[in-house]
Design a protein around this ligand. Structure first.
Ligand code: G3P
Length: 218
């Protein structure tokens, strides 16, 4: 499973890279707004640090605006993926962009049929938001299962990015389903590595090591 980091904060991204858990980056306007720097600086720093796909979102609502924005965004780096919202205009944009060889990530997917339409439009990536579904008492992970099933029925090549991940169980369930990619905030990435019994075990080993004759010489 590929791990993307869901962040526009270069310090978080660099921390994720050190852990070997940044196969790509996803951003959105909300994440960008949390970083107190101008957009160009944010993007330049991310693209310098990351080799994998970096999703940058368009703002326009008409497909012509989205296409123009996308064409400018991809000039910033060969690994830029253009994030396009799941609207009719977004689908029109994705169709054109995919023909131009520009990779699109269709975002704000909340139903299996939206995912099907995005795949048919030629999206390289599809981003279902599972945490936001859980928030309104729908089981977000069921959406991932249905999307994976539909895509495999027709051999679509779009990769599913499980997005809006809020806790380690989301990552576990995505892995059990066999999702292609999870995009995970740094806070959750760090939670994945931790287990209280690991901490207890390390403490005990160190205490016992102290009892070994000559251990202080190491
Ligand atoms: O990648 C999408 C993600 O940023 C949305 O997460 O927590 O705002 O629902 P959240």
């Amino acid at each position: 499973m590929k791990f993307f980091i869901d962040s526009a904060d270069i310090n978080e991204i660099k921390e994720g890279i050190e852990l070997g858990l940044v196969d790509g980056v996803t951003t959105n306007p909300s994440l960008i707004s949390k970083v107190n720097k101008d957009f160009d600086t944010i993007v330049t720093e991310i693209l310098e640090a990351v080799d994998g796909p970096v999703s940058l979102e368009v703002i326009g609502s008409e497909h012509t605006q989205m296409i123009a924005e996308a064409q400018n965004l991809v000039k910033l780096g060969g690994n830029v993926v253009v994030k396009v919202p799941m609207t009719e205009e977004g689908l029109k944009a994705v169709r054109v962009l995919s023909k131009e060889g520009i990779r699109a990530n269709v975002t704000l997917i909340f139903s299996p049929l939206q995912a099907l339409l995005a795949a048919k439009a030629g999206a390289a990536f599809i981003s279902p938001f599972i945490g936001r579904l859980d928030d309104i008492a729908y089981v977000g992970m069921e959406l991932i299962e249905k999307i994976q099933h539909i895509l495999s029925n027709y051999d679509y090549t779009s990769e599913v990015i499980v997005a809006s991940i809020r806790n380690p169980l989301h990552v576990l369930d995505a892995a059990l389903i066999g999702a292609d990619i999870v995009t995970v905030p740094l806070k959750v990435i760090k939670q994945l590595a931790r287990h209280p019994l690991t901490d207890v075990g390390i403490k005990k080993f160190l205490q016992d090591w102290e009892k070994v004759p000559g251990s202080k010489n190491f």
